[in-house]
Design a protein around this ligand. Structure first.
Ligand SMILES: [Zn+2]
Length: 114
């Protein structure tokens, strides 16, 4: 399979309902539903694409290269989400500090994928 941008988006399932992204402090910054990655995953629950994180790939497609040493924070706290609007490029220290919020993968969506 070719690692083209068109092929990448084939693995993305857009959740149309913003209410499927629920219950986080950052909700006011999230204007639409999560874009769920349906391809392969790593051991931590992040999507993988061409050996790197699918969320990083999506962010680079949308906003250009991620600066050296920076990481992506999911504002929706959903590690499978690849919606660029739900991600923010932050330092590793900031990301660790924010991680205390925990995860928030929509349970209905996860149930449907089993
Ligand atoms: Zn999201």
């Amino acid at each position: 399979m070719q690692l083209t941008q068109a092929a990448f988006w084939e693995f993305v399932h857009v959740l149309p309902n913003p209410k499927q992204t629920v219950g986080t402090f950052w909700f006011d910054r999230v204007h639409d539903g999560c874009w769920m990655w349906t391809g392969s995953r790593d051991g931590k629950g992040y999507g993988r694409w061409g050996g790197v994180g699918a969320h990083r790939v999506a962010d680079e497609y949308a906003r250009g290269p991620i600066p050296e040493g920076m990481v992506i924070d999911h504002l929706c706290a959903n590690s499978l989400c690849v919606n660029p609007l739900h991600m923010e490029v932050v330092t590793k220290g900031e990301n660790t500090r924010r991680r205390r919020r925990g995860r928030n993968i929509p349970t209905e969506w996860m149930a449907a994928r089993r």
